[in-house]
Design a protein around this ligand. Structure first.
Ligand code: ADP
Length: 258
């Protein structure tokens, strides 16, 4: 027999990891996110596309708890972020790894130490375990021979691959990627995207990705969200969005970037 309806709360899908509900963010008179609603299930790869200034980075920053919404609710793994006690925010941050446009590696540490530092100091992992894991990750990103190098001895693409390994070392549930190839010389982009394709294919990590690399987005995404002026104007499977978008605005945007 069907269970009776529990009441006004909508049923929460057990696999839902991220939810934005009626989220609005303003900077002065600039409404950057406008009553935004979307959710991401565990293990899915979601790409955020849209013109510059449409609010994509603000979403990633909210998930990192770096920016608060003015209205609405952001939930990660069943925990509401704002307001939440600092202890709870720290727990949520541990579930989220972020890779930025600029790699932000610690210049005075070796590659290996860049990767082991947070697992040892934040997660309390033993040095041996953290190093073993770091070497596995360096292998995954194709840099097994660079463990002892300093960041300045690496190309931008190699540094970004270290940054990806560093994010994964914390065993996050979610990987946030914010235009991670935008600062790279063109010939280094493919190597980084190949690593991310591998990660998308071989791990169960949830990915939220802001990118202008549309072929990459088409390859890895389960869902694409098209943003304009702080709203999602269209969403769907990549085959649909990239080949047969419903909105003229999406079509215009894609013809400008493809
Ligand atoms: P996108 O990632 O789509 O390019 P962003 O989320 O970075 O868009 O920015 C959306 C809008 O918010 C832009 O108009 C930007 O100038 C503004 N914005 C972002 N952060 C701040 C801030 N700290 N103070 C004022 N305005 C901001």
């Amino acid at each position: 027999m069907k269970e009776p309806d529990a009441g006004a709360n909508p049923p929460v899908d057990g696999s839902e990891l991220i939810r934005f509900e009626n989220v609005t963010k303003r900077f002065g008179s600039n409404t950057v996110l406008d009553q935004l609603n979307f959710s991401v299930d565990s293990g899915k790869h979601v790409t955020l596309i849209g013109p510059s200034g449409s609010g994509k980075t603000t979403i990633l920053r909210m998930l990192m708890t770096l920016t608060k919404p003015d209205e609405g609710t952001v939930t990660v793994d069943g925990q509401t972020l704002f307001p939440a006690p600092e202890k709870q925010l720290r727990e949520v941050r541990k579930k989220i790894g972020m890779v930025f446009q600029q790699f932000n590696l610690f210049p005075n540490m070796t590659v290996l130490r860049n990767i082991t530092e947070a697992p040892v100091t934040v997660l309390g992992m033993s040095k041996d375990e953290a190093e073993a894991r770091a070497r596995e990750l360096l292998d995954l990103v194709g840099l097994a021979d660079k463990a002892g190098a300093r960041p300045t001895q690496l190309s931008g693409g190699q540094q970004q691959r270290v940054a990806i390994a560093r994010a994964l070392a914390m065993r996050p549930r979610v990987l946030l990627l914010d235009e991670v190839t935008s600062a790279l010389d063109p010939e280094l982009v493919a190597g980084v995207l190949d690593v991310l394709r591998d990660i998308a294919r071989t791990t169960d990590i949830t990915m939220l990705c802001v990118t202008h690399e549309m072929n990459f987005a088409r390859d890895i995404s389960d869902q694409v969200l098209m943003f304009d002026s702080g709203r999602i104007i269209e969403s769907g499977a990549p085959e649909k969005i990239f080949s047969d978008p419903e909105q003229d605005r999406t079509r215009e945007f894609l013809s400008a970037v493809l």
